[in-house]
Design a protein around this ligand. Structure first.
Ligand code: WAQ
Ligand code: MG
Length: 256
């Protein structure tokens, strides 16, 4: 493996249950540390004990990697999660998605979007035209990978987040993921809240309005979370899925 970057992915599960996953895009010298951080995460996860932990390492030719800017980051305070969900629905509505479609998609996420009524491993894709689920595998969903902070951007991004009191890996990973998803014109908005019972903050992300964090989007203790990518009609779905999964992108701080 001689290329300059590596896609490193981890997935931890117990039976059908998704415990934890992670994806990075890194140079060789950082792989050992990143792998050990992922292993610790998988072994000590609030969603429970993993029975199987898979790592996948794939070389990515650095000439294929594009460099982009993270979305702007804003945070909305709300009193409780029902207020947070109402706000999130409004933020997605502001992007032109019909309210009935947002409500139905959010209800599916809140009820456990996998066939077993649990969290999925990846994201739901929902048509903004019909409200239908578009992801080919409803247990797996679509897992976005091959994105990370650019090596030279780390300090700039961490300084920004430190000013906001948000300098931690979860925020950085979610922000990077949201910024990649928003690159594709077929995606109108992404909605996310964690499936970790101890983490209740989520976001609505879009190219138009940036990464809009909403501090309370679910009830503490709930293991149901996930992501919805609202997809506008007209584009090639397989092409979008392939870009989400395989296009390598490194991110720098927001451009303004
Ligand atoms: N691609 C697609 N979907 C994913 C991915 C991915 N790479 N990673 C996670 N998901 C889906 C999957 O259904 C998970 O169950 C769900 O999202 C939640 O994943 O600014 O921690 O890693 O404070 O638990 C957002 C707010 C935190 C961060 C999200 O999600 C902030 C979070 P988790
Ligand atoms: Mg999780």
């Amino acid at each position: 493996m001689k290329s300059e970057l590596y896609s490193l992915r981890m997935r931890a599960s117990r039976g059908e249950k998704h415990i934890s996953g992670a994806e990075r895009l890194l140079e060789y010298s950082l792989l050992e540390d990143a792998t050990s951080v992922m292993l610790k995460r998988a072994l000590n996860h609030v969603r429970g004990k993993a029975e199987k932990i898979c790592f996948k390492l794939q070389p990515v030719p650095s000439r294929q990697v594009s460099k982009r800017n993270l979305l702007n980051l804003t945070t909305f305070e709300v009193a409780d999660w029902p207020q947070g969900r109402a706000l999130a629905a409004q933020l997605i509505g502001n992007l032109g998605v019909k309210s009935s479609i947002v409500q139905e998609a959010m209800a599916q996420l809140a009820g456990g979007p996998s066939p077993a009524g649990e969290a999925m491993r990846g994201a739901m894709l929902v048509s903004t035209e019909t409200g239908q689920r578009l992801e080919p595998d409803k247990t797996r969903g679509v897992r976005v990978s091959r994105m990370d902070l650019d090596k030279d951007a780390g300090q700039r991004v961490e300084a920004l987040l430190t000013d906001m009191g948000l300098n931690n890996p979860r925020v950085i990973e979610a922000w990077t993921l949201a910024s990649k998803v928003a690159l594709y014109p077929q995606v109108v908005a992404a909605l996310c809240w964690s499936d970790d019972p101890d983490y209740i903050t989520g976001y609505v992300a879009s190219a138009q309005n940036g990464n809009q964090r909403v501090i309370r989007l679910k009830e503490a203790g709930s293991e149901i979370g996930g992501r919805i990518f609202f997809v506008r009609p007209g584009g090639d779905l397989n092409d979008l899925i392939s870009h989400l999964q395989y296009e390598p992108v490194l991110f720098d701080a927001p451009s303004h």
